[in-house]
Design a protein around this ligand. Structure first.
Ligand code: ZN
Length: 63
């Protein structure tokens, strides 16, 4: 689990680095209160993903 405030910091750091392409998302579930569409985040680039997107990515990996 990762805090949303930490995800915001990761994303800002990634943007400051020039927003390079994230070669492999390192997904972790975001900790938050209340319902959100996006509750997964990449610990590399700070991009946020919905549960459906995460599932689709995992299916594509063949896991
Ligand atoms: Zn990423």
């Amino acid at each position: 689990m990762v805090q949303i405030s930490d995800v915001a910091k990761i994303r800002q750091r990634w943007i400051d680095a020039g927003s390079p392409a994230c070669e492999r998302h390192n997904l972790d579930q975001e900790f938050h209160l209340g319902a959100r569409d996006t509750d997964w985040a990449c610990l590399n680039c700070g991009e946020e993903f919905s549960r459906q997107e995460v599932r689709a990515m995992r299916d594509a990996d063949g896991n």
